[in-house]
Ligand binder design. Structure first.
Ligand code: ZN
Ligand code: ZN
Length: 414
């Protein structure tokens, strides 16, 4: 890739994020949370937002290596401390109507080798404070988008055998491809693609299937769906009724599995990266929704810990469909980053479900949601099980099976 070619694609990326992801409105302000390594892209994003009429773009810069320095040098009993104003400030901006962008290329192995107790307290403390922002995202208070552009630390973890420069340029190529930035007009592509996902989501919701049946080599699985489940995916709408794309890229439509109605065996088709620890070639057997047996060729102890995280960690919280020919799947690359990896293949998530995948779910208490079949857990861990030989059927209320996917591709037109 020549440098002018690269600059052109970076500019297209910035425009895509501002126009399709955030859909910035004239006069609207934008608040960005971004890693230092992503500054060249963030500057282009700011320029693009101003050109669309934004009044003010403010950027909160974060630096991941600072966490490592803290792990290694700060007092052991200090990891429950946090700058409360940081995320509260962003949340305040969102409540005033500012759009929010999270630019999160990250080192998948940042905490590798560090004291796990300290890392766990830091993560939990951060998560507690991030909730101020997360709650605004959960109700789509304003337009918000998450993107993950490559960073040197991340690229060298995926391509450890080549130079940092070469690794970074290979990861950029993969990200450009996944975001369709080689397309002559990525904005036109994504508008069409997201509209198609919305039609698929609406079709599947209207079917009111009682279950999905998955069949492939190593997988024979029944996933019950609760009454009132809603399919999600593609664009969302803010409380001001402005459409936006929360993730770029995105390929999935997903819904709510009934917590107690998964039966059978599933074999993962890609490794699961859990904070830098890999679980590979693993198999889960479910009965009445719960994992009752499991095995893994590599990382079985990691899998065991995940399943034992709390009492609901061994039940499902999400079932997602993605065509096998998606470019992320075809790249064959494990990005070690959920934004990309979960878009590679049909996936399931162990742990918590999204309340917006149930009709009226957003206003339910945790107990009411659980009564309706929704799972609640400390974890939400996606793992991939789709393949080019997977058939998926939807089971109708009268017990008939209809094709949803054949050989990994959509089996219905919209
Ligand atoms: Zn998903
Ligand atoms: Zn998920």
């Amino acid at each position: 890739m020549t440098s002018s070619n690269f600059d052109l694609k970076l500019k297209k990326y910035a425009d895509l994020v501002v126009k399709v992801g955030l859909n910035i409105q004239p006069g609207q302000r934008l608040v960005v949370l971004a890693g230092l390594d992503t500054a060249p892209l963030v500057r282009l994003i700011a320029a693009s937002a101003y050109q669309l009429g934004s009044r003010f773009v403010s950027v909160v810069w974060v630096d991941e290596p600072i966490h490592k320095i803290r792990y290694q040098n700060a007092p052991r009993d200090s990891f429950d401390e946090f700058s409360g104003w940081l995320f509260e400030g962003i949340s305040d901006s969102m409540q005033e109507g500012d759009a929010y962008l999270q630019v999160w290329g990250r080192d998948p192995e940042l905490s590798k080798g560090e004291d796990p107790d300290i890392v766990a307290i830091h993560r939990k403390t951060r998560a507690k404070h991030y909730k101020a922002i997360g709650d605004q995202q959960g109700i789509n208070a304003v337009q918000w988008t998450v993107i993950c552009p490559p960073t040197p630390d991340w690229a060298t973890k995926i391509f450890p055998d080549i130079s940092e420069d070469a690794a970074l340029s290979r990861l950029w190529e993969a990200v450009f491809k996944a975001c369709r930035l080689n397309d002559p007009d990525p904005i036109v592509f994504w508008e069409g693609y997201l509209a198609n996902l919305a039609k698929r989501r609406e079709y599947l919701t209207s079917k009111k299937y009682t279950a999905l049946k998955f069949k492939a080599s190593g997988t024979d699985l029944w996933v019950g769906l609760p009454k009132g489940h809603l399919w999600a995916g593609g664009k969302g709408k803010s409380s001001q009724d402005i459409p936006f794309a929360p993730n770029l890229p995105t390929e999935e439509v997903f819904t709510l599995p009934h917590k107690d109605q998964t039966e059978g065996t599933v074999t993962a088709t890609k490794p699961l990266n859990y904070y830098g620890s890999l679980v590979e070639n693993f198999k889960l057997t479910f009965s009445e929704g719960k994992v009752v047996d499991f095995s893994a060729e590599k990382g079985e102890d990691v899998l065991k810990n995940i399943l034992a995280m709390d009492e609901n960690a061994s039940f499902l919280g999400e079932v997602a469909l993605i065509p096998h020919k998606s470019p992320i799947s075809q790249s064959g690359l494990i990005f070690m980053n959920t934004l990309y990896d979960e878009n590679a293949s049909n996936h399931l998530a162990l742990g918590s479900a999204y309340q917006f995948t149930l009709k009226g779910g957003e206003t339910m208490s945790v107990d009411e949601f659980a009564q309706a079949g929704g799972n609640d857990s400390l974890i939400h861990i996606d793992f991939m099980f789709g393949s080019g030989d997977m058939d998926v059927d939807g089971v109708t209320a009268d017990g008939k099976a209809e094709p949803v996917m054949r050989a990994g591709e959509w089996a219905f037109d919209v």
